[in-house]
Each structure stands twice: as C-alpha cells, then as structure tokens.
Write a protein that binds this ligand. Structure first.
Ligand code: NAD
Length: 283
C-alpha cells in the first residue's frame, strides 16, 4: 500500500505516523526539504515514544518513509494521495490537479480539508469521481474518528475503499455527504464561538467555561483548551466559511477575531486564551 501525503505539517505528520504504523509505504511531500526533515524527526520521535507492546515484527518502521518536494515523482504507483496542505482552495486544487494527472485512474485522491467543498475541489481538479474527503482529527494518532466525505460526483467504490483505508489505519469512519465543515467541526465551531461570546459578556472566566463543559457535558476538553490546541486561526477560517455558506448564526465572535489579529493563536504561538510559556517547539 503506497500513500502520498502532501503537506508535512501537523496533520500530514499525524497521518504519516499512523500510516507507517499500519505498515504502509509513505511518501511525504512539502514545499522544501527543511520542513520535510523537521517532519521526519518529529515522526521518528513520536514513533519511538510509542509503548513497546507490539511484536518486534509489527513495530512501525521509519524505513518506509520517503521525503520529496516533487509531487509528480512521489505519485508514481500511488494507491492514495492525501492532501494535507494549508486550508486554501487554490493551493488544494493545484495539488489535486497535479496528483490527478500523475496517478493512474484507480488511485484515490483525498483531501483533509476542514471545511472546503469536496464537490468543488473534485470539479476543479478534473477527477470528481475519485476525489473523497478524509477528515482526520488532531492529534491523528489518538483520535479515532475519520469523516469520509462523499462529494456530489464521488463514486461509491471510492467512498467504500476510502472507508476501508481508515479501518486499516485503526480508525472508525463515518460516511457523510459533502456539506460545509461536515459534522463534528460544524458543531464544534458553534461551541467555540459561543464560548467566546460568553467570555466577552463576562458570564464566567475561560477556566470556568471550560470546566462547565468538561464536567457538565462530559467533553474531554473545554472549548478554550481545544481551540488553543487546534489554533484560533484555523477555527476562524472555518467560521468564516460557515458564515458565508450557512448564514449568520456562524458569524465569528469579535473577541475571537481580535485574538487572531493579535497572534494569540494558541499553543503553537505560546499564547491563546491560555499562556504556554514553556512551549516545546520540538512538539
Ligand atoms: P500546517 O500549516 O501545520 O501544515 C500545512 C503544510 O502544508 C505546511 O508544511 C506547508 O508547507 C504545506 N504546503 C502548503 N502548500 C503546499 C504545496 N503546494 N505543496 C506541498 N505542501 C504544501 O496545517 P495543518 O494544521 O496540518 O492542516 C492541514 C490541513 O488539514 C488543512 O486543510 C486543515 O484545515 C486541515 N485540518 C487541520 C486540523 C488541525 O487541527 N490542525 C484538523 C483537521 C483538518
């Protein structure tokens, strides 16, 4: 099984890690070698930290990880290409169009978009039947769900194979029809936005709003803890998209917008709703 992962950031690294653990051959592609080498080191560190509860033969191996900046070369003999590049329609369509041209017609093309339209990307890339959404969650090795998104023209065979890939990776897929931000992120965007509205209104402190959702609704993390982990810039883009596509109930909260403008994006910048003074840049 050969998978090409395009974009070696947070999500690309996570999917590469679970792919290697499943015994897949992984080709990781990004725009420069420095990003790729940093991604390789991070993946190696995480694989080394895994509990040694496996047979030696089933230990994930870093030897089946290849790095490169040339997407077309990486796509040779690929069974699946998963794009995990920045949340930008033009960037994603560029990658998917090149991948469609460089792969055989039985290769699956997948996007890990958080909110963009799988149907639109399918049409723009010229391969609508074999493009499917594979929405993994962060951190990928720990989160069981993958939303498998059927675009308007995605073939059923592709949807089924994509769901089977998820099972091979030890994930639990849910198949759904293309819709802005899909299911989990759409609900979550509203929760995070409402939490910011309550913070702005002075209803409670961030700590207490988080505590109320953890203890009262059994959420494993409060909305501010989770937003700090995901990044408020990512959350803001999702809300902007939902606002445009689904209406006013998704209007981004102005205090959240200010946090983004101030660079208080969360853990990755050392400061979001909470402070992370001793941030470990090596992840
Ligand atoms: P990231 O910024 O950590 O990584 C994106 C990577 O893509 C970068 O390394 C960048 O150099 C690379 N890239 C950009 N353009 C490229 C190109 N043309 N070719 C190759 N590589 C390119 O982003 P991320 O957080 O990993 O998110 C990636 C995607 O996954 C986005 O669409 C995001 O919405 C989605 N997503 C993110 C999360 C999350 O919690 N971070 C969760 C689910 C889905």
């Amino acid at each position: 099984m050969k998978a090409v992962i395009v974009g070696a950031g947070t999500m690309g690294q996570g999917i590469a890690e679970v792919g290697l653990s499943a015994g897949w051959e992984i080709h990781l592609v990004d725009v420069d070698q420095e990003i790729l080498q940093a991604a390789r080191s991070a993946i190696m560190r995480r694989l080394a930290r895994r509990p040694a509860d496996r047979e030696p033969a089933s230990q994930p191996s870093i030897d089946t990880l290849c790095l490169g900046t040339d997407l077309r070369t990486a796509c040779l003999r690929a069974d699946v290409v998963i794009e995990t590049a920045s949340e930008d329609l033009a960037v994603k369509v560029g990658i998917l169009t090149a991948a469609a041209e460089a792969t055989t017609s039985d290769a699956i093309l997948a996007t890990n978009t958080s909110a963009l339209s799988v149907t639109e990307m399918g049409a723009a890339s010229g391969a609508p039947h074999r493009l499917v959404g594979l929405h993994f969650f962060n951190p990928v090795p720990r989160m069981r769900l993958v939303e498998v998104i059927r675009g308007l023209e995605t073939s059923e065979a592709v949807v089924e194979r994509a769901a089977n890939f998820c099972l091979e990776l030890g994930k639990d897929p849910v198949i759904l029809n293309d819709s802005p931000a899909f299911v989990a992120s759409r609900v979550n965007a509203l929760i995070g936005n409402e939490a910011f509205t309550m913070l702005q209104e002075g209803v409670a402190s961030a700590e207490d709003i988080d505590k109320a959702l953890r203890l009262g609704l059994n959420h494993p993390m409060g909305p501010f803890e989770l937003g700090d982990l995901v990044g408020w810039d990512v959350r803001y883009k999702v809300l902007q998209h939902l606002h445009v596509t689904l209406g006013d109930r998704f209007r981004p909260n102005p205090l959240m917008v200010k946090y983004v403008q101030a660079g208080r994006l969360g853990r990755k910048t050392g400061r979001g709703v909470y402070e992370y003074p001793a941030i470990d840049s090596k992840g």
